[in-house]
Design a binder for this molecule. Structure first.
Ligand SMILES: NC(=O)c1ccc[n+]([C@@H]2O[C@H](COP(=O)([O-])OP(=O)(O)OC[C@H]3O[C@@H](n4cnc5c(N)ncnc54)[C@H](O)[C@@H]3O)[C@@H](O)[C@H]2O)c1
Length: 394
């Protein structure tokens, strides 16, 4: 049996949006961190002190961890065998039919079965389809009974700010490993919430579905306001003023990204396709793209004009374009033969325009992501500006 290093944590998916900041958070608490990932390019960036994506506070903390030499990097799963803790943070996507795509996720545990031993503790951090944790513990039963589920609930790009403040839900198949893992997470967060495995699985998915549905309420009301030519942003502000019961009404916008819809659809599969609110929310949130296209089409000679999209990431202050509705909009406009250019303060590719040159060149400007830098931009009167986000600060 391999010698287990007590204070060592392997993070599988360690170069990802969840795994990387989690590694830094534990790294700052004197653990030895082994970042395991199949993405060698991102591992190389981290090795050089470059965070692979925008994450507030990550660069500074990464440099500290590199200086202390507590980080190691590997694309070889076998390197987890000397770690006391193995944390799994790989993706749990849905497929084109919006059903959970679990093949790769499950395959990882069959690989781990050949590597791990009974003294190690396996922590699942990915958001999983309900029932998955029991399935994993059955796969690993002959080798290891220390399976603990600790779902991640951070908002992307703010992991290092939120991790210390968010309560950590912990659930597992045996009391001893739950106790040890609670102690581990107590090092990086203030409060531990114990639950059953099924409760923990549902807490995570319900949290994202709750947000997705909540955004859909705002978007539905926004669409209604557009129809009657009234200003949703102004109504929303007046609704909230001195009236606490309306404070939870979010702003309208392109509600998307790699988690909210995906987790709502995992729940829908779990509930055998009867999650009506989830489906209705998807329809409403995604229809914001059609609404913008309709607005473009209503502008005289719009096919001859240049359309500039300001912001292509899936939300404000991130460089992540995964499942971005702004990208979806660009594709749909191009398919309809509109002339489209784009820009983003966080994301660049070979077709990227600088903010000012995009504004200068475009006749129609669409706010695709409400980055702070776009909040106070002034546009000349000859530009058509389409803003579904309500660019007020509050
Ligand atoms: N992004 C978020 O803000 C967030 C928040 C809460 C929960 N989650 C959940 O966390 C999980 C991970 O999400 P993410 O956004 O970090 O995804 P990600 O794609 O950014 O990161 C996953 C990483 O896992 C790596 N990977 C995939 N298969 C692997 C394998 N077999 N072995 C080693 N590495 C492998 C990928 O290369 C990638 O770097 C998902 O279940 C997601 O739903 C994400």
């Amino acid at each position: 049996m391999n010698k287990i290093i007590k204070n060592s944590i392997s993070i599988v998916g360690g170069a990802g949006h969840v795994g990387f900041p989690l590694g830094l958070a534990f790294g700052s608490k004197k653990y030895k961190i082994n970042l395991v990932d199949v993405d060698q390019k991102n591992l190389n960036k981290i090795k050089l002190g470059i965070p692979p994506f925008y994450e507030i506070g990550a660069k500074k903390l990464l440099h500290k961890c590199l200086k202390k030499k507590i980080l190691s990097f590997s694309n070889d799963l076998k390197t987890v065998k000397t770690s006391k803790f193995i944390i799994i943070c790989i993706g749990t996507p849905v497929n084109k039919k919006l059903k959970p795509e679990v093949k790769n996720f499950v395959a990882l545990f069959y690989k781990l079965l050949k590597i791990i031993n009974k003294n190690q503790i396996l922590i699942i951090r990915s958001s999983v389809y309900p029932g998955m944790i029991r399935k994993i513990s059955k796969i690993l039963k002959t080798k290891n009974n220390n399976i603990v589920y600790c779902p991640e609930r951070i908002v992307q790009s703010k992991a290092l700010i939120e991790l210390p403040n968010l309560p950590q839900v912990v659930a597992g198949v045996n009391k001893n490993s739950v106790h040890i893992v609670s102690k581990l997470f107590k090092k990086i967060c203030k409060k531990i919430l114990l639950s059953t495995i099924q409760e923990a699985e549902l807490i995570k998915l319900f949290s994202n579905a709750n947000r997705y549905i909540n955004f859909a309420i705002a978007n539905q009301l926004f669409i209604m306001c557009e129809k009657y030519n009234v200003d949703f942003d102004r109504i929303r502000k007046l609704m909230k003023f001195g009236y606490e019961r309306n404070l939870n009404l979010p702003k309208s916008g392109f509600t998307a990204g790699p988690c909210l819809l995906k987790d709502t659809m995992q729940l829908s599969s779990f509930y055998k396709g009867r999650f009506e609110l989830g489906f209705a929310s998807m329809k409403i949130n995604q229809s914001m793209v059609d609404l913008v296209i309709e607005k473009v089409e209503n502008i005289k000679n719009s096919k001859k004009k240049i359309i500039g999209i300001l912001g292509v990431t899936f939300k404000a202050e991130t460089d992540d374009i995964r499942d971005s509705l702004s990208i979806d909009l660009i594709k749909k406009l191009k398919k309809r033969k509109f002339k489209v250019i784009y820009s983003d303060v966080y994301y660049r590719d070979k077709n990227y325009y600088k903010t000012n040159s995009l504004i200068k060149k475009s006749d129609i400007i669409i706010i695709g992501a409400p980055h702070k830098k776009y909040m106070n931009l002034k546009f000349s009167k000859n530009k058509h500006v389409i803003d579904i986000w309500g660019r007020s600060k509050e």
